[in-house]
Design a binder for this molecule. Structure first.
Ligand SMILES: Nc1ncnc2c1ncn2[C@@H]1O[C@H](COP(=O)(O)OP(=O)(O)OP(=O)(O)O)[C@@H](O)[C@H]1O
Length: 315
């Protein structure tokens, strides 16, 4: 298949203004069929506007294509959309909600199978208003899956969903992608995007400032490995910097040292002990997508905002 035919989503010099606010400032992008593309960026960067441009729910300058045609010409049965803000009727059960959306298509999936996919089989008879926030979001994800779409837009799908629910949703997205579904995902969780996306696009002020695989972005923009030291006494920052002859960033009781090779950690520990630095714990980590995000959005590195499980980045 020719490359142009294989592109499931295309944006070409897309521009959108809301009055004086430039939401999209010349975004060009091509997403291949079956690809999971993660769109990240600070609040207000233009992610939702780009999703809306690609789904034809807002008009913009430039051109967009979905499965080879403009969004308003595409067969809607081939597209699934989970909007960022979605407020279904409170007095529908999860099953009724999914069934309502299934009823919009000639060939919908089984409602029970969709409920099972999003982990709501046991809560299917609960009114939407009585579901927890995370369960409500799962029900909303279900509405985007009823038509077994070829292209799926998920605008912050896991917001409010607990870690176990997130992981099961990630497995579901993996399975959909393995089956050939193209997924455009927006998220503030860098761990989630690094885990799921084949490629990542970083939007800042309406411009796509970096696009690539997570590995290539980390290699290009992630910086060095880091050692995070938990030391209760802030005065230890100077001692640490002096002992290591390195720049030390302090945040909320933790100290981060850049560019420490794993093989050198033992030496660092010995030097800190010799310098009398009172250390509670060490964590050594390779750069990750959160480092890329923080560097390209101009935010400073704050070690206490990180966890090993995942990193949420506030815009
Ligand atoms: N309907 C609208 N009317 C006016 N301004 C809007 C409208 N929709 C978006 N904007 C503005 O356009 C810019 C981009 O907004 P958008 O919602 O696309 O950002 P985002 O990256 O999705 O942010 P978030 O991470 O908060 O969801 C923001 O400055 C926003 O205030």
């Amino acid at each position: 298949m020719a490359e142009a035919e294989a592109a499931a989503l295309v944006a070409d010099d897309v521009r959108k203004r809301y009055g004086d606010v430039v939401a999209l400032d010349g975004v060009s992008l091509s997403i291949t069929g079956g690809e999971v593309f993660g769109l990240v960026g600070p609040n207000g960067a233009g992610k939702t506007t780009l999703v809306r441009a690609l789904t034809g729910t807002t008009r913009c300058e430039g051109s967009v294509g979905v499965l080879g045609v403009p969004p308003d010409e595409v067969d809607h049965a081939r597209v699934g959309l989970l909007p960022q803000s979605f407020h279904p009727a409170d007095r529908l059960t999860a099953r009724e909600l999914v069934a309502y959306y299934a009823g919009l298509y000639d060939h919908a999936r089984s409602v029970e199978a969709v409920l099972d996919d999003v982990g709501l089989a046991d809560d299917a008879d609960t009114w939407y208003e009585n579901l927890s926030g995370g369960q409500q979001r799962r029900a909303c994800v279900g509405t985007a899956l009823v038509n077994d779409p070829d292209v799926l837009f998920l605008d912050e799908p896991t917001t409010g969903i607990d870690p176990a629910g997130r992981r099961s949703l990630w497995r579901l997205i993996d399975d959909l992608a393995a089956g050939g579904t193209t997924v455009l995902l927006t998220s503030h969780s860098m761990g989630e995007v690094e885990r799921l996306a084949d490629r990542v696009g970083l939007l800042r002020d309406g411009r796509l400032v970096a696009v690539g695989t997570p590995e290539s972005l980390i290699a290009e923009h992630g910086g060095d490995s880091r050692l995070v030291v938990e030391a209760p006494d802030p005065a230890d920052r100077e001692a640490l910097a002096a002992a290591l002859d390195a720049e030390v960033v302090e945040h909320d009781g933790r100290l981060a040292v850049r560019d420490v090779a794993l093989a050198d950690v033992g030496d660092v520990v010995a030097r800190l002990e010799a310098a009398g630095v009172d250390v509670e714990s060490f964590t050594w980590a390779e750069p990750d997508l959160a480092d890329v995000y923080l560097r390209l959005t101009g935010e400073s590195f704050a070690p206490s905002e990180r966890t090993d499980v995942e990193t949420e980045v506030e815009g």
